[in-house]
Ligand binder design. Structure first.
Ligand code: AMP
Length: 280
């Protein structure tokens, strides 16, 4: 695997590859890689001649400095995993390379789409995501870019970004990788104790329960009361939101309509913030 840290050398290398007719797939990550990230790499490898993975913990998408400081980092293990997965190129820029001396004042506004759910609880998060993803799209100029369904709202925001700014690339959404227990894989799981991991199952169990209740005709407000009680009854667990929304607009819904709704959840387990979602 070729590793680049600066913009000009990777641009020159990829320009050359494009001239040779090679297609390029991009998989942006913040490192602390797990099987979920590797499934994106695998999807890209299946559809492109060259896969570029990126590892960059982007400060502008963190609204909480403790969360940024505690974000897990494991570069050596990440490089070993990417190599093993057959990723051809890794771009791992520094803050200096990505932001230089700019004052980080460039902001994005996606209207309602970035004001609800994650956007409501993490103000500025999606502006930071859109900024760093735009930079990566301009540096790498991929033919296809791969994102996980785990960050459901992020995919919708990036779709709007691509549409509005006319990035000439195809976006791909990859299903959520889960442990056999159902726990959605997440870099943040590394911060959980054994007991914390067991408690974290509350998220996927809540999604399953909500899905079944909605399909039985219950409305989300009644289901949320039950889920809230389960969180309240679990020491160290805190529910941030449980919402039923339109799959494309994220507009809140009362009753679930199969094929058009998604259930999204966020909460804390022992001070670690986790998210998950499930299509109805
Ligand atoms: P992150 O490093 O958390 O920013 O994630 C990088 C990419 O991997 C994002 O597109 C995520 O949606 C995706 N991802 C993270 N966890 C999972 C998972 N469990 N299953 C599928 N994709 C994931």
């Amino acid at each position: 695997m070729q590793i680049f840290e600066e913009i000009e050398p990777i641009r020159a290398y990829l320009d050359d590859q494009r001239r040779k007719g090679k297609s390029i797939g991009l998989v942006p990550t913040m490192g602390a890689l797990h099987q979920g990230h590797l499934s994106l790499i695998g999807a890209s490898k299946g559809e492109n001649d060259l896969t570029v993975g990126t590892i960059y913990v982007n400060p502008t998408q963190f609204n909480n400095s403790t969360d940024l400081a505690k974000y897990p980092r494991s570069l050596e293990a990440d490089i070993a995993q990417l190599t093993q997965a057959g990723c051809e190129v890794l771009f791992k820029p520094s803050n200096e390379v990505m932001y230089g001396k700019t004052d980080n004042s460039l902001k994005f506004d996606f209207g309602q789409l970035d004001k609800v759910l994650e956007g409501k609880f993490r103000p500025g998060h999606f502006s930071g995501v859109a900024l760093v993803v735009s930079k990566l799209f301009n540096i790498i100029q991929p033919h296809r870019a791969y994102f996980g369904q785990k960050d459901y709202q992020q995919f919708l925001v990036i779709s709007r970004l691509v549409e509005e700014l006319k990035f000439p690339l195809q976006l791909k959404s990859i299903p959520i990788s889960r442990e056999t227990s159902g726990l959605a894989l997440s870099s943040r799981n590394q911060r959980l104790s054994e007991e914390g991991r067991a408690k974290a199952l509350l998220l996927v169990k809540s999604l399953r329960f909500t899905r079944d209740e909605l399909l039985n005709g219950q409305n989300i407000n009644d289901v949320r009361k039950e889920i809230q009680a389960r969180f309240d009854g679990t020491p160290g667990a805190k529910l941030e939101y449980l919402e039923l929304a339109d799959r494309n607009t994220l507009e809140a819904l009362q009753h679930g309509e199969k094929e058009s709704a998604v259930i999204l959840i966020a909460g804390f387990v022992d001070d670690v913030r986790l998210i998950d979602n499930m299509l109805l």
